[in-house]
Design a protein around this ligand. Structure first.
Ligand code: PRP
Ligand code: MG
Length: 178
């Protein structure tokens, strides 16, 4: 295992009962306070993707906007934000997805990604996988190929990976509830 992963893991703060009772919130803001651990996080993704011919990094609002852009800059790809509804000013395509309670939606600007582009989807965390599925649907609907999804943290007990229709998922840290 890469020696950088230990400090990345220990700099993620777990906040019990946020935002609701029973949820162990994985707080990456503490990782961002440690410049070495934050840089190592970005570097691990950059090392994995720099020679993979990725033309677009799609980051998911909100926390995919923290990790996606530095990865995109370092690998020479464009960055496309996938946003919550009614935030993007241009023409959009929308994809709904299910949450633990209720539904949400992601939107992408039409024309931001062209058919045949090779895409990397970036977010901070995969829980049930619904968010990543919606992101991949948006990219595939415009004819892009999703090469992989990349997250800092996976909650494996929720089996989100099984929802990704076989698309590869790369994560740095697994959180196992004791
Ligand atoms: C969290 C997290 C992921 C998503 C994962 O975001 O940042 O984006 O949930 O959940 P899933 O795998 O079950 O779909 P959230 O929707 O809370 O919004 P935020 O990033 O804007 O805070
Ligand atoms: Mg999120």
């Amino acid at each position: 295992q890469d020696p950088r992963l230990h400090a990345i893991k220990t700099n993620i703060r777990v906040v019990p009962n946020f935002p609701k009772p029973g949820i162990m919130f994985q707080d990456i803001t503490t990782l961002l306070l440690d410049p070495k651990a934050f840089k190592d996080t970005v570097d691990l993704f950059v090392e994995r993707y720099k020679a993979k011919n990725i033309s677009v990094v799609a980051g998911i609002e909100a926390r995919g906007f923290i990790f996606g852009p530095p990865i995109a800059l370092a690998i020479g790809a464009k960055f496309v934000p996938l946003r919550k509804p009614k935030k993007l000013p241009g023409k959009v395509i929308s994809q709904e997805y299910t949450l633990e309670y209720g539904r949400d939606c992601l939107e992408m600007h039409v024309g931001a990604v062209e058919p045949g582009e090779r895409a990397l989807v970036v977010d901070d965390l995969i829980a049930t996988g619904g968010t990543l599925c919606a992101a991949m649907d948006l990219l595939e609907r415009v004819g892009a190929e999703v090469v992989e999804c990349a997250c800092v943290i996976e909650l494996p007990e929720l089996k989100g990976r099984d929802r990704l229709n076989g698309k590869p998922l790369y994560v740095l840290v697994e959180y196992l509830e004791m």
